[in-house]
Design a protein around this ligand. Sequence first.
Ligand code: DQA
Length: 150
Amino acid sequence: MSNKTGRLLIVNGPNLNMLGTREPGIYGSSTLGDVEDLCRRAASEAGYEVELVQSNHEGTIIDAIQSAKDSADGIIINPAAYTHTSVAIADALRAVALPVVEVHLSNVHAREEFRRHSFISPAAVAVIAGAGLNGYRYAVDHLASLLRED
Ligand code: DQA
């Protein structure tokens, strides 16, 4: 499964650059910078470097996933609203055949009906939703432990 690059790709999708001010009652007051610091720290503790990508554009996210084929051992992705719409991101994740953990800050199952369907989950080895920022830490730890088993 692993390419043994010692790197994880961590992707945050549309509107996650607005964390901190965006619907704080749902997403909390932490910023994207806080998310990225936490990911960097958790990955470093697990012995990995990270490549961090945030984009509001589906094609940019797909390009980052395709590049990870040779530059990362696994992918953590919060596809944000693309979770519920993007066959193309799900296809890219399958195409690179790396282990994927899907993360959502909020519990998408306790919100509107349309958030309960994910095109991404069938391409993921694990899905973490509703744990806020901690979800990214759990995702890094889980991915690192899967990669160690390889
Ligand atoms: C989200 C949940 C999605 O439904 C929403 O569109 C987002 C963020 C989350 O992290 O809880 O933008 O992925």
